[in-house]
Design a protein around this ligand. Structure first.
Ligand SMILES: [Zn+2]
Ligand SMILES: [Zn+2]
Length: 146
């Protein structure tokens, strides 16, 4: 999986709203909620409704062109184009910062078939932990007992 923009899904009609969603999604550097995408979409396209944005995101997700993630606090669904940048994320469990992970050890196995016959078409990676800033705060708050 590369960071190249995925292709428009075959068989999906190019409606104006759908093209607007696609266009805006391409500019996002990390997965975003439908509401945030809608807000950004309005900067260039004023005639699309939030419910239409949501419906079209789901249509892209059905075609695997868009990946869904849950926000770190569990309250929202986030959407991103199916690229490495959006499927390989590190999530800080303290401040909820989400960042792309640049390297991946599993890239080679992306099209393998597992022993039990599972045909792999791709993969997602979510690393949980503390970002550097939060880790430093933790270290200060709880100095090792020496
Ligand atoms: Zn953090
Ligand atoms: Zn990977």
């Amino acid at each position: 999986m590369s960071d190249r923009c995925p292709e428009w899904p075959k068989g999906l009609k190019r409606t104006r709203a759908r093209l607007a969603v696609w266009d805006t999604l391409k500019d996002q550097t990390r997965p975003v909620s439908a509401a945030l995408l809608f807000e950004r979409l309005l900067e260039k396209h004023s005639d699309v409704s939030l419910s239409s944005v949501y419906r079209n995101l789901e249509a892209f997700a059905e075609c695997q062109t868009v990946v869904r993630t849950t926000s770190p606090d569990g309250t929202a669904t986030l959407y991103g184009l199916n690229t490495h940048r959006n499927t390989h994320l590190s999530v800080c469990i303290a401040c909820h910062a989400v960042r792309p992970v640049s390297d991946c050890a599993y890239e080679r196995a992306a099209t393998d078939i597992t022993e039990d016959g599972f045909h792999v078409t791709g993969h997602r990676l979510e690393l949980l932990g503390y970002c550097d800033a939060c880790y430093r705060k933790l270290e200060k708050a709880a100095p090792s007992a020496e």
